[in-house]
Design a protein around this ligand. Structure first.
Ligand code: FAD
Ligand code: NA7
Length: 542
């Protein structure tokens, strides 16, 4: 391809300033020496951890691996005091990282990117922000977040509510629910966190549950300095294990099949992991095949159901809370989720059995005619996950084609980081990236994108773009892997099944972070197999 030479405003533009965008900016500017501008629509950095300030918001990855590992000094310096990190702790950490590497001066806050278009003549991107400003660059890296575009269901009467109606992903700073009548729609990871915390604060809490959930204890609690120090001494080995594991949660996945041991042993292992806590540990650390073998899955599900029957005092509430389907959504954990329903101020409404008819000025009216009066109505209804924020932009690649026109059958990519038709554009946690504890996968992607951009810069390559064949191959591989698991059989955001009208597709590479990193390494070692690196700059080639 022949291109006209034009100097861009900056070498690279990063969109988003969460875990992904922050590290990408550091990599490109501080390590590769490029000129970079980052745009963030929020009023501060942190992404997920800036927006999700609802009571109970915290990581469900244990804190010692919910952080960056790229800087050993940072790992040694930053402390933690609880097993899981509360939202303010993660936000403070990310703000510290931004300050430590002096990144703030290149991050434009309160600046939404509304469009990005590739010009084939100049091989440059033009990025447009909501205030109409434009900036050109050679590279664009999207770090838009995979759980960052709120799903706000269009329930009849929604806008008539006279109290405060909020989504958990936009929790207002001035909202205090102490002593109030609170309703919550949604019982996913977010909803269950909120429910446990809100029950202790609200005068009355009404939970509108569409699907009952399998939820195990998180085992949260204080961590003393001696344990922190021991963990810090072990960090080399810990991160080595994490990077070569499956789900990257900081525990060894089991290699034992559930049905290969007697029932008594199975129950012992389930109980042991129930006591240790953590959702991913329960699904992947108990036995190797809970997420793949229906019989093993049923055994794990039956164990959790037996716990609900033991914990929940009112039989009718227990019945409504008990799931009967597969245990194949993102595994949940919490501090006393089922116990919360034993409180006098908590009421459970199964909206599968008794649907919401409308939202009224006073609250929520259900099909049985009851009007549940509320001061605050919380939508813990999740996200238009993975591709939601891409489609929200006017994102155009070659020939001015919009991303929607490329993704009519669902979002695809090559390696979760690049997209044919969108040269010199990269994605962090793009479609068909790894399904893991996310910071280690974000680091793997940022490191790899950095290497590729560094190589292109060094060799005077002007266009980096995956081939259609490579992208189709990756899509097929992701489908094949996902279909060996039970996850596609459950309705959840993992496959886009939570958004009305969204095409249900495979959106993750489910073979684990170890296998994923190996794929990335093999592609790089083979001279970026599956990419066309073209438009060699003649000056650089001489
Ligand atoms: P985000 O943190 O989502 O950041 C993306 C940023 O891009 C946002 O700040 C957004 O405003 C910005 N942006 C998007 N579009 C534009 C635009 N057009 N213009 C400008 N800016 C834009 N993952 C785990 O692995 N473990 C956990 O325990 C865990 N807990 C979670 C708890 C909650 C409540 C939620 C919602 C998610 C959780 N996640 C967890 C997932 C979490 O999103 C990731 O771990 C991680 O924070 C993602 O970082 P990111 O930078 O990729 O995306
Ligand atoms: P999730 O896991 O998508 O959960 C959303 C919840 O909201 C879930 O219980 C849904 O019920 C419910 N929901 C969604 N739409 C509706 C409507 N229209 N009516 C009633 N109920 C509805 O989102 P989370 O925020 O909890 O978690 C997402 C990830 O973020 C999580 O995995 C962590 O990584 C953080 P459903 O189950 O679909 O019947």
């Amino acid at each position: 391809m022949s291109t006209t030479t034009r100097t861009p405003d900056v070498d690279a533009i990063v969109i988003g300033a969460g875990f992904g965008g922050i590290y990408m900016l550091h990599k490109l500017r501080n390590e590769l020496g490029l000129t970079v501008k980052a745009f963030e629509k929020g009023g501060g950095v942190g992404g997920t951890w800036y927006f999700n300030r609802y009571p109970g918001a915290k990581s469900d990855t244990e804190g010692f691996v919910y952080r960056y590992s790229f800087d050993k000094d940072l790992l040694q310096e930053w402390n933690w005091t609880t097993r899981y990190l509360d939202q303010p702790d993660v936000l403070a950490y990310l703000e510290h990282v931004v300050e430590r590497y002096d990144l703030g001066r290149d991050i434009a806050l309160n600046t939404e990117v509304t469009g990005a278009a590739f010009d084939e003549d100049t091989a440059l991107w033009t990025v447009t922000t909501a205030d109409g400003h434009q900036l050109t660059s050679r590279y664009v890296v999207n770090a838009l977040g995979l759980l960052a575009r709120s799903n706000i269901p269009d329930i009849p009467g929604r806008d008539s509510f006279a109290g405060r109606l909020v989504h958990t992903n936009a929790w207002p700073a001035d909202l205090d629910i102490t002593g109030t009548r609170v309703g919550v729609i949604g019982t996913g990871s977010t909803g269950t966190q909120f429910i446990v915390a809100a029950a202790r604060m609200a005068g009355h809490l009404t939970v509108f549950q569409r699907s009952p959930q399998y939820c195990v204890p998180s085992g949260n609690g204080p961590v003393d300095q001696a344990e922190v120090d021991r963990t810090k001494e072990d960090f080399d080995a810990i991160w080595d294990q994490v990077r070569n594991s499956v789900v990257a949660f900081g525990f060894e996945e089991s290699a034992v099949e559930a049905m290969s041991v007697p029932e008594e042993e199975r129950r012992r292992v389930f109980q042991e992991n129930w006591d240790k806590g953590n959702g991913f540990r329960f699904m992947f650390g108990t036995f190797a095949d809970i997420a793949t073998n229906p019989e093993s899955n049923a055994a794990a599900a039956a164990f959790i159901r037996s716990k609900i029957a033991e914990i929940v005092e009112d039989p009718e509430t227990a019945r409504k809370l008990t799931p009967t389907d597969l245990y194949a959504k993102r595994p949940l954990c919490n501090e006393g989720y089922y116990e919360t329903y034993n409180r006098d101020n908590v009421e459970l409404v199964s909206i599968k059995e008794n649907p919401i008819q409308e939202i009224t000025p006073a609250g929520v009216r259900t099909a049985d005619g009851v009007e549940h009066e509320l001061d605050v109505l919380v939508f813990a209804t999740g996200f238009d996950a993975v591709d939601g924020n891409y489609r929200a932009m006017d994102l155009r690649g070659r020939e001015g084609r919009h991303i929607d026109d490329h993704w009519t059958d669902g979002p695809t990519s090559y390696l979760g980081v690049s997209k044919t038709g969108f040269p010199n554009m990269f994605m962090i946690l793009g479609p068909n990236g790894p399904f893991t504890n996310l910071p280690p996968s974000i680091e793997a992607q940022v490191d790899w994108i950095g290497e590729l951009i560094g190589t292109a810069e060094r060799d005077g390559v002007r266009i980096v773009e995956p081939t259609r064949e490579a992208e189709d191959g990756w899509t097929a591989a992701c489908e094949e892997i996902a279909n060996t698991t039970l996850f596609p059989k459950a309705d959840s955001w993992i496959f886009g099944a939570n958004i009305p009208g969204k095409k249900r597709t495979v959106m993750f590479y489910m073979a684990g972070i170890g296998a994923y990193r190996q794929q990335l390494a093999e592609v790089a070692d083979a001279g970026y197999k599956g990419f066309e690196l073209s438009g060699q700059d003649e000056a650089a080639a001489v």
